[in-house]
Design a protein around this ligand. Structure first.
Ligand code: HEM
Length: 155
C-alpha cells in the first residue's frame, strides 16, 4: 500500500561555524601551525617532504581553502582529496592516528574548546572516509572468497 511509505527525514546539511574569531585569516594561521608540526614529525615529515618538496606555499593555500570550505562552508575548495591520497603508497593506517594527534593538539592550542571540538569532529570524519578509500576497497575487505565469487559472477 503506497500510503504506508514513510519518508525518512533528510539529514540536515552541516552548518557553517559562526564565530567571529574563526575567519580565513585565523584558519590560515591554524593550517600553517599544523603543517609546521607535521613537517617536524619523524614519520609524517618525510612523507610530506617527498611529495611537496620545497613547494609548500601552494599546499598551505590549498589546505586553507579546504578548511574554510569545511568549517565556514564558503565553497573555497574544489579539489578531490581521495585521488590525492590514493597515490601515497607509503602511508599506512596508523599514520592517520599521528596526523590526528597533531591536529587535535594544534586546534587545542589555538582554539577555544567549543571551536576545537568542531574542527576535530570534522577532521575525524574526513580521516575515516579517506581511510576507507585507501585501505578498505570492497573485494579485498571481504576477503579472497568474495573476490573469487565476484569473478565467477562476472564471467
Ligand atoms: C596520514 C595522514 C595523511 C597524509 C600522510 C597526508 C598527506 C598528504 C599529501 C602528501 C598531500 C599532497 C598531495 C598532492 O599534492 O598531490 C595531501 C593533500 C591533501 N590532504 Fe592529506 N594527508 C593525510 C591526511 C589527511 C586528512 C585526515 C585530511 C582531511 C581532514 C587531508 C586533507 C588533504 C587535502 C584536502 C589535500 C589536498 C588534495 C588536493 O586537492 O590536491 N589529509 N595530503
Amino acid at each position: 500500500m503506497s500510503d504506508t511509505y514513510i519518508a525518512r527525514p533528510k539529514p540536515r546539511p552541516e552548518e557553517a561555524l559562526k564565530d567571529p574569531a574563526v575567519n580565513r585569516d585565523f584558519i590560515g594561521r591554524l593550517v600553517r601551525e599544523f603543517y609546521r608540526r607535521v613537517r617536524s614529525d619523524a614519520r609524517l615529515g618525510p612523507i610530506f617532504a617527498g611529495e611537496i618538496k620545497d613547494n609548500w606555499e601552494p599546499h598551505l593555500e590549498k589546505m586553507t581553502d579546504f578548511w574554510c570550505a569545511v568549517i565556514l562552508k564558503d565553497g573555497s575548495y574544489h579539489g578531490r582529496p581521495v585521488p590525492a591520497h590514493l597515490r601515497l603508497k607509503t602511508v599506512v593506517e596508523a599514520d592517520f592516528d599521528i596526523w590526528l594527534g597533531h591536529f587535535r593538539q594544534t586546534v587545542g592550542d589555538l582554539c577555544t574548546p567549543a571551536v576545537a571540538a568542531v574542527f576535530i569532529e570534522r577532521a575525524e570524519r574526513i580521516a575515516k572516509s579517506l581511510k576507507l578509500a585507501m585501505f578498505f576497497r570492497l573485494p579485498a575487505a571481504l576477503g579472497p572468497d568474495a573476490a573469487r565469487a565476484r569473478t565467477r559472477d562476472d564471467a
